[in-house]
Write a protein that binds this ligand. Sequence first.
Ligand code: OXD
Ligand code: MN
Length: 586
Amino acid sequence: MNKVLMNWIDEMEALTQPDQIVWIDGSREQIEEITRQAVEETHELERLNPEKLPNCYLHRSALNDVARVEEKTFICTKRKEDAGPTNNWMDPAACYEKLGKLFQGSMRGRTMYVIPYSMGIVGSPFAKIGMELTDSRYVVLNMDIMTRIGKPVLDALGDSADFVRGLHSKAELSNEDRYICHFPEDNTIWSINSGYGGNVLLGKKCFALRIASHLGRQEGWMAEHMLILGIEDPKGEVKYIAAAFPSACGKTNLAMLIPPALYREKGYKVWCVGDDIAWLRVGPDGRLWAINPEAGFFGVAPGTNEKTNPNALGTVQRDTIFTNVALNLDDNTVWWEGLDNEPPKNALNWKGESWDPASGEPGAHPNSRFTARAIHCPCISREFENPMGVPISAIIFGGRRAKTAPLVYQSRNWQNGVFVGSIMASETTAAATGAVGVVRRDPMAMLPFCGYNMGDYFSHWLEMETKITNPPKIFNVNWFRLDEERRFIWPGYGDNLRVLLWILERCEGKADAVETPIGFLPRPEDINIEGLPDVSLDTMRELLKVDSQLWREEVNSVRSFYEQFEGRIPSVLLRELDTLESAINR
Ligand code: OXD
Ligand code: MN
């Protein structure tokens, strides 16, 4: 028995006072029994049509608890400046005291589940262990899909104290007292009054990004908000790319891309290694190697369909938990906006109310989700379970920009690439906010997920260069350029492969490029547009245009973004910004 672990559990038990404690051993019998209780006794889950959706369930969250709560998410470091200006901060002692009062007796009348879990393959040199204590069966069942859980994890931990201590209680699901707090200096996460995935599946954003980014900085590796995919060429050779995009920019779709027919016929294939998080380490060969620390996908349902992401649809046909989607009462299956043009006639909406599609109200919540096993993905990479990960040839940053960023450009070198990541931004869409085109800076797509001062995070990226002797090349893409009528110019989805292939050719020194003030761009004829009736060479020229006036505005916006870090932005990046400014004005 691990004394540190047992002492911590005793302490948390004394605080939260559950009726009983159940250790999750990871056996199918135990998971089936907890599922049965959730369906038959507590009604947290509804069983869906066993023929059409075997072992699939529907969960409805509390109405006030449907998304991550960034305003209630805190990084609790001893010094405020170590959390930085982009994180909410609380003093650790004050936070333990405040939340301690909320956790006091919060599990009375409930069971505390102890979930040993591993981020990464158990025993892999990349892997890290976490323990989550929770009073939610929904959390246990989601963690079983999203991570590797149970006895093998405890065996791997042995008597080590090296594990992330996660405490979660639904408590009263009170909006006001909902807190997601991280203590990177003591490897601890406390989450209370929520049942929503991103707030309570502590292995995901809380550990694999916020705590892990802090650990990565100390230990010389990187935890990033990145998908990982492999592109197989007709000779059977696979090259891997890691890509960071803010939420709602199509990470899951890109990770599971299906090549256009033209490329499929030639023998190109795309393999998914991960859709949300990458842990990257320098290998003995001096290259950067990546694993997906997760075992499942917690994907957004609305908009997922046969055109946008057939592989995601294929993944969710069994062993899946759907949260806050609509229920088709005729055949006990699920539906969401954008699945098809035939909303069910006899249905309940995500709130469980009877729903008329003509009412104008959505059937599924816009942030409704599926939790599904990665191994069920039709294009899952055969390296997905390789404990050593995959070697990364290219890193891609990107966002949603109507005009400023071209379809693709390549940074000049690692340092310039870090700068490109640090100035990442995305524009809000009318659907999301009502205000179109508001630019939000989101460096490396990590703004809500970096567990320490982002200025120091940029320094860590720069320092990694000294360790990586054979670094990946760094690019930026923008699938979202609009024409004057605000229509998308680039077809996107599977056709994004055409851009990825230019990127890989650049990595191999095979493709041409032109140098511009922002970096290297393809010539319009360098991206293959064969078989794209709506894309001409003129369209490509438009997609690759770099507008000096817009970039002047961009430089000003970056300068004021950098200013809030009060001297913690590395001087190298400030010089990069000056260089960009003078190149644009030349
Ligand atoms: C996610 C997110 O849920 O980035 O992956 O918000
Ligand atoms: Mn994400």
